[in-house]
Design a protein around this ligand. Structure first.
Ligand SMILES: Nc1ncnc2c1ncn2[C@@H]1O[C@H](COP(=O)(O)OP(=O)(O)O)[C@@H](O)[C@H]1O
Ligand SMILES: N[C@@H](CCC(=O)OP(=O)(O)O)C(=O)O
Length: 277
């Protein structure tokens, strides 16, 4: 297969809990290390990038040796408070191993609804990027209760990452998940499911393919990832959904390797779809 034509200067990379935590509940240090390596490599090449990371609750559970996520919201928030600082410690260590600096932003989606708050966030991100510091974003879990229990249709890091990408004018959102792309059915439930490499329209068939999460640590499943794709496509931008098993895949994505599922507008797909002839 030929390469995809990826025109990109500014990108957002989102990684989900299920890529950061082993099935046994321990933190996946190799994934964090490889993510830090890949993003630092891109930073050094001159890309402007932002990391949106989940994992605060998962790392908090690992810290306390808990195997089951508590149902009580305040307990989840307490775990996020514990895990977020540990997560940032791990990122700070690993990024500094490769010579990159990072800065933390904890956001709620509604900051973008208020022009002054929005401007402050955008100014902060711009100032970090101007210093080649990589902004590392998570949802502010002690405030953003909606997302923790998914009682509302909005709010999770898949959609937050798309919102951030749109607001900062990123060309590309890369969503790293525990699955290597969008399938025509949930592959964890249907072994014969087929990967869909290129999506130019979120048709009823595509939307119907998306199920929820079937893992212990993930939350949104494919539904929130397609909502993120919709935000990017409407903004005229691209998204790639790929496996977070080895985050160095981001380097392959930017090199145009046809991995995962590419989402974009039909006119952008002209160059992309040639790769699948
Ligand atoms: N059509 C589909 N294609 C791929 N994955 C799907 C689909 N429908 C549901 N899923 C589920 O979505 C999961 C990924 O979402 P999630 O568990 O929230 O991961 P993350 O923590 O990476 O955000 C997959 O493991 C899979 O079980
Ligand atoms: N903000 C929460 C995670 C929310 C979330 O969207 O999780 P995921 O579905 O794993 O990307 C945390 O850091 O634990």
């Amino acid at each position: 297969m030929a390469k995809r034509a990826m025109q990109c200067k500014r990108l957002v990379v989102k990684i989900g809990t299920s890529s950061l935590i082993h099935p046994n509940g321990k933190v996946n240090l190799q994934t964090i290390d490889r993510l830090a390596y890949a993003l630092t490599a891109l930073n050094n090449q001159g890309y402007e990038l932002v990391l949106v990371t989940s994992g605060a609750i998962g790392v908090g559970m690992a810290e306390l040796g808990m195997s089951k996520r508590p149902a009580v919201i305040a307990e989840q928030q307490a775990l996020a408070a514990i895990g977020q600082s540990e997560l940032m410690t791990l990122y700070t260590q690993r990024f500094s191993d490769y010579g990159a600096k990072i800065g933390q932003l904890l956001l709620t989606h509604d900051v973008f609804d208020y022009p002054m708050n929005r401007q402050h966030v955008l100014d902060t991100i711009d100032a970090l990027l101007a210093q080649q510091v990589i902004p590392v974003i998570n949802e502010n879990d002690s405030v953003a209760v909606d997302e923790l229990d998914h009682r509302t249709t909005f709010g999770d890091n898949d959609q937050l990452s798309a919102l951030v990408a749109k607001q900062i004018g990123a060309d590309l959102l890369v969503v790293l998940s525990d699955i290597d792309g969008l399938y025509d059915r949930d592959p964890n439930r249907h072994p014969n499911a087929a990967l869909m490499p290129t999506i130019t329209q979120l048709s009823a068939k595509v939307l119907a393919a998306a199920g929820g999460s079937s893992t212990r640590f993930g939350t949104g499943g494919m539904v929130t990832k397609l909502k993120a794709a919709k935000t990017m496509m409407r903004a005229g931008k691209q998204m790639v959904l790929a496996s977070g098993r080895d985050p160095r895949i981001v380097l392959q994505i930017l090199a145009g390797d046809p991995v995962g599922t590419w989402f974009g507008q039909p006119k952008q797909a002209a160059s992309v779809s040639q790769s699948f002839q």
